[in-house]
Design a protein around this ligand. Structure first.
Ligand code: DC
Length: 218
């Protein structure tokens, strides 16, 4: 049994879990796993190699041979910094489409569990609490209204210089939510023992403070 403590933070896309999880990890001096980045890296590789979204065998091979390097908030794949590329909307949409395949998900399990190193891990994704780290000491399900999430995504994208349209973002978020929650393999849903937190009207600081309070109560 792995004794290294884990805080699992799951939730829908653009719920703010990435920023929140990174800040919680920094506050505790723990490691951080952005599991969505792994699905995005597989999607990016599939786009580059011309692999179709339903070619499960080829996608699973891509996932199995994935050797990303995470360092100081940047991610490198095959010797190239792809931090900004994997944030593109087309890469995120493909990540969501290929994440429905159970063999691909299974191929990423060991890679994800390998991030569990002392003194602890804060992991963010969709199935951190339900599948990857079911023994996590604290499980948080972070939500926010689709309007709040579209607004945040719009701001994020325009800060990076990518133009975006709120109506299209709303449509894309709804489609992504639907696909991530209705798939049969590891659907997005709170673990039975997860604490739910709606961040629609909370600042990042308030969300981080709440999670650290919950952690401190344990
Ligand atoms: O968190 P994100 O938007 O970067 O994730 C991109 C896609 O990857 C998401 O739409 C679904 C998939 N994903 C998943 O299926 N399981 C995870 N633990 C994380 C992400």
């Amino acid at each position: 049994m792995n004794e290294v403590p884990v805080i699992a933070i799951d939730g829908p896309t653009a719920s703010g879990k990435g920023t929140v999880a990174q800040r919680v990890a920094a506050a505790l001096g723990w490691h951080y796993l952005d599991s969505g980045a792994l699905y995005r890296l597989v999607a990016l590789r599939a786009l580059q190699a011309g692999v179709a979204a339903d070619d499960v065998a080829a996608l699973t091979r891509l996932a199995r041979s994935l050797r990303p390097q995470f360092d100081a908030g940047r991610v490198c794949l095959d010797g190239r910094d792809v931090t900004d590329e994997i944030r593109r909307e087309d890469v995120g949409a493909l990540a969501s489409r290929i994440a429905v395949h159970p063999p691909l998900r299974a191929a990423l399990l060991d890679l994800q569990r390998g991030f569990r190193c002392p003194p602890g891990l804060v992991a963010d994704g969709r199935d951190m609490a339900t599948v990857v780290f079911p023994d996590a000491g604290l499980k948080v399900f972070l939500t926010a209204s689709v309007e709040a999430r579209a607004g945040r995504r719009h701001k994020q994208l325009s800060e990076k210089g990518f133009p975006s349209n709120i109506a299209i973002l709303l449509q894309d978020l709804r489609a992504r939510d639907e696909r991530d929650s209705s798939r049969s393999a590891a659907p997005l849903r709170p673990a039975k023992d997860a604490r739910q937190l709606d961040s629609s009207d909370l600042s990042i600081e308030q969300v981080v403070a709440q999670i650290l309070r919950w952690h401190g109560e344990r």
